[in-house]
Design a protein. Structure first.
Length: 116
């Protein structure tokens, strides 16, 4: 099954420790500090130190479709096939637009009421 969507590509079977170690290497390549903790367990955690000393824990999870993701913080995530992009986000090198605090469902309902 060939797909142009990079998130649908299957990543070769690698354990969580290997994936987090690869991400740690990418963070270090960008000048960041990273440490893999609990590497001998089934649930290792990568800690990345941000500017100002804040530690960000990163874990690998698998979704219902068997895709694996790096996740961190409240909203941070990146597919495991993209460790360079995840490292850039963790090091603060990719500035995303500020998150909107508007509830999209409430906004749609308000627009629908106005149209009625």
């Amino acid at each position: 099954m060939s797909s142009s969507n990079p998130l649908e590509r299957r990543v070769p079977a690698r354990n969580r420790t290997t994936l987090l170690t690869e991400l740690a290497d990418e963070v270090r390549a960008l000048g960041g500090t990273a440490l893999v903790a609990l590497s001998a367990t089934a649930h290792p955690v990568l800690y990345v130190r941000r500017t100002g000393g804040r530690l960000i824990p990163v874990v690998v999870v698998e979704d219902a479709a068997a895709n694996r993701w790096f996740i961190w913080g409240r909203t941070g995530s990146e597919h495991v096939s993209r460790p360079k992009q995840a490292a850039a986000a963790l090091c603060g090198l990719d500035r995303l637009p500020p998150r909107s605090w508007v509830n999209p469902v409430a906004a749609r309902r308000a627009a629908a009421k106005g149209a009625a």
